[in-house]
Write a protein that binds this ligand. Structure first.
Ligand code: ATP
Length: 514
């Protein structure tokens, strides 16, 4: 038997709402056995009476009730800005109800017939970390917490230390960034899937990390997966795991990303690059909340929150038949649009300051100062590559500057591959950034037999890839063609070897693939 609410002195209180007496008893007994205190209601009006009489940590409600819908109970909780987390039970196959409930602020949903193991696990996460829940008139502000802003709604929880730090890492106080942060604080608490949209280099991954850090899953893992970088034939094993002997070379059982992210967040970056066949399997995993490793006859239940990101217009991808509509619908329950840098130019000074601080810290040197003149120059520059381009530019400036004065060379910056050459000669850990901009050198034959063949071969491969990329203006499709590789193969190799290109995995703008 699990111990609910380990931090609380009292057992968590749960209100169960279902009009079928047998089911109500089953849920009640299951919860009582887990150590919760349970009250039960058979209709919307009865549930409201219980809500009038007291407070609960969670409300679990059926959708169809004799005098109305479970949604009305959820709406009541929202309207009264109450702290109860609401879990809605929907009939099998009614995905629309589940998505609608999540959009309306439900913490999570369960599909009927309810699997009791899943029931226990969903209730456990709904009542977890009650100390973070700021009930009305009982704010939990402390030195380590920040309150979400008005867009977040007054019933949103205060954000704990790791969440506050993650939001701080998202530099920018412009109106669009303030809205993004408020939205993160508001949506982090539930289980609803989040889709982060935005141009390449705008900080989508930082946003996804902040959603995780602000959620009650922040102690669990954050597993980031670049969907475009995995060879198609490996996707299923990478996502769902594989049993020993299930394919050539699989000498032992392997967990996939879903298992690795249990209790935490699975971040699916570049979701628009997932092949259609894999989209169906992902949809199934999300719907069933379980995955079947390759070669296994058993399903593994997985408790993960999905956050995905894309720089593509997924609506257009759906129209073009390249992205499944039903999967889009499932992933896009909550959308966070990250603004391009051109739409928040006022954040430029703060961003430069933060990025220079980070670059200097990594290089073990004092942060150089940026003159007003250089800032003006930067403000007039298009910065199509968004924050990543700005970061690359500052990297190069730090490496090339002498003394404390920072000179920024904006000539041809959109093509300049600042951090890419870092990978040509892996510098020692605290090497100054100058080492990161060494020009590409052709592969040299080893004078002696290399002590570690794999490292040596990786280095050769890295140099060849970097050269091909440079010679094709960072167009990975062209570079792949030069090397006799497919786009997917070159992406995989780029990711495996940690090569950073000016546009990352971008498929837009200069140096694009498509
Ligand atoms: N608001 C921000 N504050 C500080 N750093 C930022 C911000 N936005 C982005 N960055 C930095 O810019 C770089 C790119 O950010 P990130 O990888 O999150 O972007 P992305 O939108 O996910 O890019 P891609 O579409 O290529 O995956 C990172 O080094 C990140 O730390």
């Amino acid at each position: 038997m699990s111990t609910p609410n380990p931090n609380a002195s009292r057992p968590a209180q749960i209100l169960v709402v279902d009009d079928e007496p047998d089911l109500r008893t089953l849920y009640e007994l299951t919860l009582l056995r887990e150590g919760y205190r349970v009250e039960a209601a058979g209709s919307v009006s009865e549930a409201c009476e219980h809500l009038d009489a007291g407070r609960f940590d969670a409300v679990i409600t059926d959708m169809r009730l004799p005098d109305g819908l479970g949604m009305q109970i959820l709406q009541r909780i929202q309207q009264d800005q109450r702290s109860e987390r609401c879990v809605v039970m929907t009939a099998y196959g009614s995905a629309e109800n589940a998505v609608e409930a999540l959009k309306a602020g439900a913490f999570d949903y369960l599909t009927k017939p309810v699997d009791l193991k899943q029931f226990r696990s969903v209730v456990a996460s709904a009542v977890q970390a009650p100390a973070q829940v700021a009930a009305p008139n009982r704010p939990t502000r402390s030195a380590e917490t920040i309150e979400p802003t008005e867009e977040a709604g007054k019933s949103a929880p205060a954000i704990g230390g790791s969440g506050a730090a993650a939001l701080e890492r998202l530099v920018g106080e412009s109106e669009p960034m303030r809205l993004v942060k408020a939205r993160i604080a508001k949506v982090a608490r539930g289980m609803a899937p989040v889709l982060v949209r935005g141009e390449s280099g705008t900080g989508k991954e930082l946003v996804a990390r902040a959603v995780h850090a602000c959620s009650q899953r922040s102690d669990g893992p954050f597993v980031a997966v670049n969907c475009g970088a995995i060879p198609e034939n490996l996707l299923e094993a990478e996502f769902f795991g594989a049993r020993k002997g299930s394919y050539t070379g699989s000498a032992q059982d392997r967990d996939g990303y879903f298992q690795a992210a249990r209790g935490g967040t699975l971040f699916l970056d570049e979701i628009g690059d997932l092949p259609l066949a894999m989209q169906s399997k992902l949809l199934r995993a999300i719907q069933e909340r379980s995955v079947r490793p390759i070669g296994s006859t058993q399903e593994d239940a997985v408790d993960v929150r999905i956050v995905s990101a894309t720089h593509k217009d997924l609506h257009a991808e759906v129209q073009a038949g390249r992205f499944r509509q039903d999967l889009f619908y499932r992933l896009n329950v909550i959308e966070i649009a990250v603004p391009a840098l051109r739409d928040r130019r006022e954040d430029l000074p703060a961003l430069c300051h933060a990025l220079l601080g980070r670059i200097a810290r990594d290089a073990g040197m004092p942060a150089p100062t940026l003159s007003a003149e250089v800032l003006l120059q930067l403000a007039a520059h298009p910065l199509h590559g968004n924050v990543r381009e700005l970061e690359n530019l500052l990297h190069r400036a730090v490496a090339l500057s002498e003394g404390d004065v920072l000179h920024v060379d904006l000539m041809g910056t959109t093509t300049a591959p600042a951090p890419l050459e870092r990978t040509l000669e892996p510098p020692p850990a605290a090497a100054p950034p100058a080492a990161q901009v060494a020009p590409a050198a052709p592969a040299r034959a080893p004078a002696t037999v290399p002590p570690d063949l794999q490292t040596y071969l990786d280095e050769q491969e890295r140099q060849i890839l970097v050269r091909a990329l440079q010679e094709t203006g960072f167009n990975r499709t062209a570079a792949a063609a030069r090397l006799g590789l497919s786009l997917r193969q070159i992406r995989y190799r780029i990711a495996r070897l940690g090569i950073t290109t000016p546009h990352g995995d971008d498929a837009n703008g200069f140096g694009s693939d498509e």
